[in-house]
Design a protein around this ligand. Sequence first.
Ligand code: G16
Length: 575
Amino acid sequence: MSGKGIEEAKATGKKTDSFRGLITVSPEDETMTIKTVSTIPFTDQKPGTSGLRKKVSIFKQPNYLENFIQSIFNCLGELNGKTLVFGGDGRYHNKEALQVILKMAAANGLSKALVGQGGILSTPATSCIIRKYHLQGGIILSASHNPGGPEGDFGVKFNVENGGPAPEKITTAFYERSLSIENYKIVEAPDIDLDTLGLSRLGDMDVEIIDPVSDYVELMEILFDFNKLERLFSSGEFSMVYDGMHAVTGPYAKAILIDRLGAPEGTVIHGKPLPDFGGLHPDPNLKYARELVEIMDSEVAPDFGAASDGDGDRNMILGKRFFVTPSDSLAILASKADEIPGYSAGLKGVARSMPTSRAVDKVARHLGIDCYETPTGWKFFGNLLDAGRATLCGEESFGTGSDHIREKDGLWAVLFWLSILAEERSSVEEIVRNHWRKFGRHFYSRHDYEAVDTQKAHELIDHLRQQLPDLRGRHFGNLCVRNADDFEYSDPVDGSVSHHQGIRIFFEDDARIVYRLSGTGTQGATLRVYLEKFEADPEKQGQETQEALAELIKTANEIARIRFFTGRDNPSVIT
Ligand code: G16
């Protein structure tokens, strides 16, 4: 225990680490052998953009996981009569953590737990199951696209009864509970067999091990025309590669693409979920999906390439030697949704996170539908989807989804693209270039400066904030600032307001720079710089992205003094 922790414990009269793990058996619980274990709070259990994400070593500290899980259960209130679903992306510590959580759920009075076989459930499949069976929510063990293994990251997310990530007011409540936690409850029982389908009991709780794939496949079959996709694969004129990155989507992709749609064996690479993701970093982008990118860049590239991330909610879309930005992908899906059975009735509206390029705004205008701009984080789409204001949503961070569930959905995006390819029988590149010709091209790139000093990163943002009042009208090379602000979002459904969601600098000619600090990193701070420039002239749309954005990149460094604050000459990742 740190000196600070001891001081806190002294001041509050709460037990110190030496007491952590002290077990008492509550008299009323004797028949069920529920243990009540004394604990003291950890002060760092504030969920970020997407759940509580930390290094595995932090989660493995005695009582760390237990404290957070008990804080969740305390906030959920009466669990008797409720059913929750549990699963994870298969990463290191997934199964061990799941055993602890199930024993705690039983001790806290939950009536029934549905658990993905082998401890596996993708984030979209979890959302699908919560909605389909009208559950009260679920716990997903994942650190998403962050690396796995003993040295990697782990995470806990709670999804609420609409199937979506817990909104901020709920995650804040978890955090506040975690700061005053004094004990947690756990049943003393042997581990559950996670691998065998069927029903068993843990204390007074029913546990049902379910097939993690079938409900999800059934939903996809409702949304997309599987017969048409089968014909695409059997035509002999089409080929694809899907990279499961040794993360959760391998079994889902095999079940759909190979078993159901008849794609040849070998279509899915890195298809087996592994605790360390086979040494891969399960982030589907040009840097980390290297093998897929090499295949798609080769002379014998298939027509279509795609990848998903650790927990299956992200997607990357590639054509032959051609990368589709997630922002363009969202715009293209929106413009062609009427080709897809699940969306043929038309879109109610679309939504994108603020840093996502404004390509989809153009499509919304063309379709005469609303386009919402939300802060980064899928949880902000939930209200819009529930209220029937938006049908499709997307983020620059390789996330796209719709109102079929309340999470972004990697394989759904792949099936959407496959459906467009089956309908149009043209290449990915042709589809994108035609889109640009019609709507204009939003050159777009995100520059990440990872693991920078946290204090310096905050100083950089403060420095930007201080400049905001004076930026309007200033010139940087050929660029002139039209407006600048600190993005604030008022939810049109529940009226809640989220402040400080990113610094935006708008220039004449529809160019934009956005700065924000990531809420998903686990080491220092990650500065994200989002760069966007619009080009209506088809003659100028062929330029290389970083070249097209060169002046904006230089200006972004100059305004934020990135080199001065971070000590870095270049970003660590460019997407
Ligand atoms: C999460 C959130 C996304 C967000 C992304 C990046 O994705 O669900 O909404 O866009 O993180 O967030 P940040 O820029 O704060 O790091 P995932 O796939 O990691 O769950």
